[in-house]
Design a protein around this ligand. Sequence first.
Ligand SMILES: CC(=O)SCCNC(=O)CCNC(=O)[C@H](O)C(C)(C)COP(=O)(O)OP(=O)(O)OC[C@H]1O[C@@H](n2cnc3c(N)ncnc32)[C@H](O)[C@@H]1OP(=O)(O)O
Ligand SMILES: CC(=O)C(=O)O
Length: 555
Amino acid sequence: MMDFYIYDTSLRDGAQSEDVQLSMPDKIKIALRLDNFGIQCIEGGWPGANPVDNDFFAEIKQYSLKNAKISAFGSTHHASFRAEDDPTMKALVASRMPIMTIFGKSSEKHALDALRVSPAQNLELIHNSIAFLTRHAEKVFFDAEHFFDGFKANKDYALEVLKNAHKAGADTLVLCDSNGGTLPSEVSQIVRICKKELPEAAFGIHAHNDCELAVANSLAALEAGATHIQGTMNGVGERCGNANLCSIIPIIEVKLGKKCLPGDMLRQITATSAYVYEVMNMKPFARQAFVGKSAFAHKGGVHVSAINRDASLYEHIKPEEVGNSQRVLITELAGRSNIVSLARRFGFHLDKDEPVVKGLFHELKTKASLGYDYAAAEASMELLLLRKLARRGVRNFFTLKSLRVFETKDEAGQPLAEATVAVEVEGVVEHTAATGQGPVNAMDIALRKALSSFYPKISELSLRDFKVRVLTIGQEETSRNHDLFSPENEKIPARNGGTASVVRVLIESADMRGAWVTVGVSYDIIEASWQALADSVTYKLYRDEWQSHNNTDNE
Ligand SMILES: CC(=O)SCCNC(=O)CCNC(=O)[C@H](O)C(C)(C)COP(=O)(O)OP(=O)(O)OC[C@H]1O[C@@H](n2cnc3c(N)ncnc32)[C@H](O)[C@@H]1OP(=O)(O)O
Ligand SMILES: CC(=O)C(=O)O
């Protein structure tokens, strides 16, 4: 038995988000994943509103869901029809979904200005629509749209709407902060009054995030007695979004010690959030509470020093509880503790005072201050660490003997890039040339050609992303850092901004085992790209060798 009823509206209100457009198969994929995750009710869309939603309701019937019931959403019937003749009501019934949710106006202003019906007529629309649908669904939920604004304008009318909906047979009265402008203290107070006026009714909350308060408002309602919470995965939704279930669910389970998911499904929430982002074709929000990439990422040396002693000193819950993990970042704000922690991740137990830690600390910190973003390029950081520790066979798989890149135009005036590369592998020099779509592509093709006879698996490597960023670190900053660190520190020659700026290149590469990111920094974009490319290829070769070495050991 769950303490709270989670109602997901990602496929309906989430799809009202400006940057979300879901196909029918996308909706099915998300619904199946949310069912698996343990959501109790999934609002599929508005039957009759568009072909995708119609197809979704037809298709979802082919699946037997283990946790969720699907709800079909719509409005109260139109004033010009009787409930039984209204197209929206008919489409809801035709969907044959077990749960039907309708929204109706709970503010006089909305009845008068948006619907252009009298407040008394609005009450009739609500009553007739709910009474009609209760004959066709297992449950009917009533979304009291603009409830909090309506209550503040005319408390008696807003309460009359709820009483009317309850009398008509609505199973849950869902109080909506449709414009997202209500404060938690108001939500709390208003929900308590509603519960007092209708002690036998079940209450829900549907909050929007226009004041960044949707989660806080949902929790305020829940603490005041609401048991049904509507929200979306990752908080997607119209305007600034809906209450984020990826925050509400962990708060209910971990902070309040109540249940809203079966068993230990909470551990799946980070993966489920990522899946929904992927299907919605959205970039995940790194700083998202609980499930974001940065939710348990530690950058400051002081923090890392403390978490190495006890993670709870800077973590409010254990990341594993929500299926996330701790990350320690190596940046200009790192201390030696960051290095110790990083090394431990790769299986090396180092002491903070070991010379190798000090050396690594200086090198990583100086490079970070010069623009090498090791938080983004973890593969480059791993290579640097392993090289410094001279462990795990990170060797020079190849030595660059020469590199020439030039650009010309073909007869049609199109740009043509050509690269020639000479590399030495175990005493043998290989010299190749290639043309490409741009200088980096040409360099990439030429390098792989040169290495392919030595390392045939190089053909598995693909470059997935290439990002260039002009850095704004000033020259003064570089010299200040040189005072701070040892003289052998890498120096980047003077830069004057504009076209002489230093650039950072990040390359994301992949093979069948996964993806990795490498970095290069220089005032010369070709050199920065070369550094990132060389690290990418080295990382692939090192990982393959390490893997086959481990497999041999295990046989
Ligand atoms: C708070 C919310 O998020 S509610 C959900 C909002 N979501 C959507 O609107 C997405 C789906 N909507 C649609 O596809 C279309 O709006 C449709 C198919 C539902 C209706 O399209 P149309 O018939 O062309 O109407 P249109 O969208 O221009 O206007 C909305 C109509 O709904 C009516 N309406 C609005 N709220 C309600 C309500 N609670 N009860 C009954 N009717 C309502 C409006 O009065 C208006 O009808 P009118 O012009 O006759 O007064
Ligand atoms: C019902 C709904 O989506 C709202 O009031 O915001």
